[in-house]
Design a protein around this ligand. Structure first.
Ligand code: NDP
Length: 322
């Protein structure tokens, strides 16, 4: 039997695509992944309080929000498989989507596999993750734990510049720790950082450890040009802004991608280079990366997919990708 639509990914993008395609009677299958300890749900599952998702004036715990979105998607009949997709074949239609447990043929595919924020893997990082360490200042920066504290941002790109500037609204001071003597960020973002009275850039410096009991209390710094020169900097929060890795390994060589691995979508839509394959959420978005924008693009993917299926109904049986 050939399915109408398979969705891969279980964050806000994947489940919003499922809610819309289920309500359009396309009977979606959603692979929610298993490898992260059997806890699907994407990056929201590693966030504490979400205060910027509309509809929750008091904020909502990231896991609770994801559980609610998942329940909504299941309520309309989405078939959820808690399995990792191991292989896809997009060279002909119907497409093949396979996990260790099953092989599915589908007329269309919605990719919502997200991106993973890079971490530094410091010795104290695991213990303090979500207790003063975050990879998203826009998501977490306004939390009470960071108010009026000295905060440290690591990185030198646009994300680091944006996050450092954003955090000045809440922090008493922001240190931007960068491993080189030059920022990679765009000129305008650099200027904002360098002129800001609350931001101090620590050039040629790396963070080698993070300390604290219940929450972050200090970072250990090292001078890149003089590795013997180490020092401790007292702070109440540590933010990583060292880039993201889009989760696109499965699709390498089968879809057009940007040089940094993000899936290329047609501007203003979720169509990929292969007709019938759509991408939404962080796997194709390096600019906004918010739960609400991911959900919005999941909706777009579902509508693009539904329209595409309607328009191509007569050609689907031929089994070849135009
Ligand atoms: P980038 O890859 O541009 O920058 C990552 C930064 O982290 C670099 O400065 C890099 O240092 C540093 N870094 C990487 N690994 C380590 C490490 N192990 N230790 C210390 N430092 C490290 O990622 P961004 O997320 O900043 O940006 C990604 C893309 O998204 C870019 O194209 C950017 O322009 C875009 N973007 C646009 C925004 C906007 O328009 N508003 C906002 C945010 C991002 P080094 O410089 O030495 O390599």
């Amino acid at each position: 039997m050939t399915e109408q639509v398979v969705i891969v990914g279980s964050g806000p993008a994947g489940h919003t695509a499922a809610i819309y395609t289920a309500r359009a009677n396309l009977k979606p299958i959603l692979f929610e992944g298993f490898s992260k300890g059997g806890i699907p749900g994407g990056q929201l599952m590693t966030t504490t309080e979400v205060e910027n998702f509309p509809g929750f004036p008091e904020g909502i715990d990231g896991q609770k929000l994801m559980e609610a979105i998942r329940r909504q998607s299941a309520r309309f009949g989405t078939r959820l498989f808690t399995e990792d997709v191991a292989k896809v074949d997009l060279s002909k239609r119907p497409f093949l989507v396979a996990s260790a447990e099953r092989e599915i043929q589908t007329q269309s595919l919605i990719i919502a596999t997200g991106a993973t924020a890079k971490r530094l893997n410091l010795p104290g990082e695991k213990q303090l993750w979500n207790k003063g360490i975050s990879a998203c200042a826009v998501c977490d920066g306004a939390l009470p734990v960071f108010r009026n504290k000295v905060l440290v941002v690591v990185g030198g790109g646009d994300s680091a510049a944006e996050e450092a500037t954003f955090l000045t609204k809440f922090a008493s001071k922001v240190y931007l720790v960068h491993r080189r003597d030059q920022l990679r960020a765009s000129q305008i973002m650099q200027e904002r950082v360098l002129k800001h009275p609350k931001i101090e850039v620590l050039w040629n410096t790396i963070v080698t450890d993070v300390r604290g009991k219940e929450s972050v209390s200090a970072v250990q710094l090292q001078d890149v040009n003089n590795p013997q020169a180490t020092r401790e900097l007292a702070c109440g929060g540590l933010f990583f802004a060292i880039g993201f890795t889009p989760n696109t390994e499965l699709f390498q060589g089968q879809l057009k991608m940007e040089p940094d691995g993000y899936i290329t979508t047609r501007p203003g839509s979720t169509h990929t280079s292969v007709p019938g394959v759509f991408a939404c959420g962080d796997v194709q978005d390096k600019k906004y990366r918010q739960a609400v924008t991911a959900a919005g693009s999941g909706c777009m993917a579902a509508l693009d997919c539904e329209r595409w299926l309607n328009e191509n109904e007569s050609g689907l049986e031929k089994g070849s990708v135009p």
